[in-house]
Design a protein around this ligand. Structure first.
Ligand code: HEC
Length: 219
């Protein structure tokens, strides 16, 4: 009777449940039963849970992102084309490009960006700047400032409507331009930041890094 007063039944039940749960988790981890290989898909409910977490995480954080007023300036598209070709096409492909070796082996798969993402430009900005944990998607904000990231967003927004020839034309001297741009850029321009906000005031380097200018400078 006395024991029951100190430990009411429900509390005892809870403690036992917690111990069983902790034991189960330890057993699950230690057994190595879960396959972390990238060539075996996640167990269905796990995949759905991760997808839901990722979607809400991006949606909520992108609410604070502000699109720059000059988002539709063709200079952004032009500068973004070179960046995309150099850094992104290997995983996300391009019009007329066959799936690459890395794109075929990645898990989660890198979405084919020649098809619309279904994300808003603000959400795309957030993903490009911050990356996605435990996937091949890096946080490009570590090495590129917000303005450059908006250039990439401007480009991927139009990518699904480009033919292979349009793509070739837009990216023809991207290698050289990108190299020079990264040499000019201050290291880790705006940092990875924690704010998540894509402030349009973060410089107008988009304009100063468009390919036209690079081409002029080196001709
Ligand atoms: C090493 C491969 C790799 C490279 C390089 C890469 N990404 Fe990704 N990216 C991924 C993967 C994988 C995902 C999916 C992540 C997930 O679903 O959890 C992704 C997701 C994205 C998404 C979200 C798309 C969607 O439909 O949800 C965007 C936008 C994106 N990347 C843009 C870029 C841009 C722009 C670049 C170049 C600066 C880039 N990525 C470079 C692998 C890559």
């Amino acid at each position: 009777m006395a024991a029951r007063r100190i430990f009411p039944r429900w509390l005892l039940g809870l403690i036992v449940l917690a111990i069983v749960f902790a034991g189960g988790v330890t057993l699950f981890v230690q057994s190595g039963v879960y396959d972390v290989g990238a060539d075996v898909p996640h167990f269905g409910p796990v995949a759905r849970l991760i997808a839901a977490v990722r979607m809400r995480s991006v949606e909520v954080r992108a609410e604070d992102v502000v699109r720059p007023a000059d988002f539709n300036d063709p200079k952004r598209f032009a500068a973004g084309a070179g960046l995309y070709n150099e850094m992104c096409s290997g995983c996300h492909l391009a019009p007329g490009m066959q799936p690459s070796e890395i794109s075929r082996g990645l898990y989660p798969r890198a979405p084919d960006l020649t098809k619309p993402t279904g994300l808003t430009p603000e959400q795309e900005f957030w993903v490009i700047k911050h990356g996605i944990k435990m996937s091949g998607m890096a946080a490009w904000g570590a090495t590129h400032d917000d303005s450059l990231i908006w250039n990439m967003v401007a480009f991927i927004d139009k990518l699904p409507s480009l033919s292979a020839a349009d793509y070739q034309a837009a990216t023809k001297d991207s290698g050289e331009a990108h190299e020079h741009m990264m040499n000019d850029a201050p290291p880790a321009a705006s940092g990875t930041g924690t704010s998540g906000s894509g402030t349009p005031e973060s410089g107008d380097r988009g304009g100063s890094h468009d390919h036209g200018e690079h081409k002029d400078r080196h001709q």
